[in-house]
Design a protein. Structure first.
Length: 329
């Protein structure tokens, strides 16, 4: 209420408040990108309403947040309704959609060496996890050397080098994979222990510990020269440990015949051990503090489902460290 009149010895008149009858709410755009901030346009009717204050709320703060002044921020992919409400309960609503674009493509490797007629599967995943369009396209720059299908399987056609381009379907992010097709090795040229699993130029199936150069060499039979290098590219031998990122080079009179990269699931830092350091490295990756790349991402995917490592993989590494459940290589 508003009072008019004389304060002393005179008539005082009571005038009723002018109530809000309607709120109009609009926005220049009703679809925004994740992380984008827009300001809502609001109008109180009538314009001479006594109390024109408005409170804003979001139906889903995990998708959209709104400030006291009507600034809206996109948080994650989805839809949410913003409500503008006057003191007397009159309100208006507007629905806003948040689109989460692809910001990166995570690859299991950026180099592939595959034999003629051989195959190698690329693991590729878009980031962030809530991206609206997760479709990935693959294209070979030279299909006379290597082909790639729509699931990321590269096939060596003839000896030579080319590139495979991995693109997000939304058209903004792409990555290149260098592909080398080598001659097809004949049966018996290189024989690996049955426990080692060879796919293209990657080798898995190591033991969970004590993978020394000597023990590894005992699992490879060939007349060629075999050299082993650690993750830093330093030649190692004897009791030195191998792990994720270590490489095996097969040489014929100092000429490269082929090369393999080792992956040890759970060994995310490449020291050949699975311990709390690997757990910390993987946690930092998941929190996007320091991202893993290539074979280290694959090593962190302990579940081997081709996905970006998650808290489940951290749990499996933790259980391995505590001796509750060994990681299956």
């Amino acid at each position: 209420m508003v009072w008019f009149g004389y304060v002393f010895q005179n008539y005082v008149e009571e005038v009723s408040d002018i109530e809000v009858e309607k709120i109009e709410i609009s926005s220049d755009k009703t679809t925004i990108n994740k992380g984008e901030i827009i300001e809502l346009n609001t109008k109180v009717i009538p314009e001479d309403a006594t109390n024109k204050s408005i409170t804003f709320s979001s139906s889903n703060p995990k998708v959209l947040t709104v400030s006291s002044s009507g600034k809206v921020t996109g948080i994650s992919s989805g839809k949410a309704t913003i409500t503008a409400k006057a003191n007397n309960g009159v309100n208006a609503e507007i629905e806003i959609t948040v689109y989460s674009p692809v910001t990166d493509i995570l690859l299991s490797t950026n180099t592939v060496r595959v034999q003629k007629d051989g195959n190698f599967k690329i693991n590729a995943e878009v980031l962030p996890e809530d991206a609206d369009n997760k479709n990935i396209e693959y294209k070979s720059e030279n299909e006379l050397i290597a082909k790639v299908n729509n699931t990321g399987i590269i096939t060596g056609i003839s000896e030579g080098t080319t590139r495979v381009i991995v693109s997000a379907e939304d058209g903004k992010i792409s990555k290149n994979i260098e592909v080398e097709v080598t001659r097809k090795l004949q049966e018996g040229e290189i024989v690996f222990d049955p426990n080692l699993q060879v796919s293209g130029n990657e080798i898995t199936g190591l033991e969970n510990k004590n993978n020394t150069v000597d023990s590894l060499l005992n699992k490879i039979q060939t007349n060629y020269t075999v050299e082993v290098y650690n993750k830093n590219g330093e030649k190692i031998s004897g009791s030195s440990l191998v792990g994720t990122g270590s490489t095996i080079k097969i040489l014929d009179n100092n000429v490269m015949v082929t090369e393999y990269t080792l992956i040890m699931y759970g060994d995310t830092n490449g020291d050949g051990k699975i311990n709390s350091i690997d757990l910390l490295v993987l946690q930092r990756h998941i929190l996007e503090i320091e991202k893993l790349e290539n074979e280290y991402v694959k090593a962190g995917n302990v579940r081997k489902n081709g996905k970006n490592p998650s808290s489940v993989d951290c749990l499996l590494i933790q259980r391995h460290i505590l001796g509750l459940q060994d990681i299956e290589q």
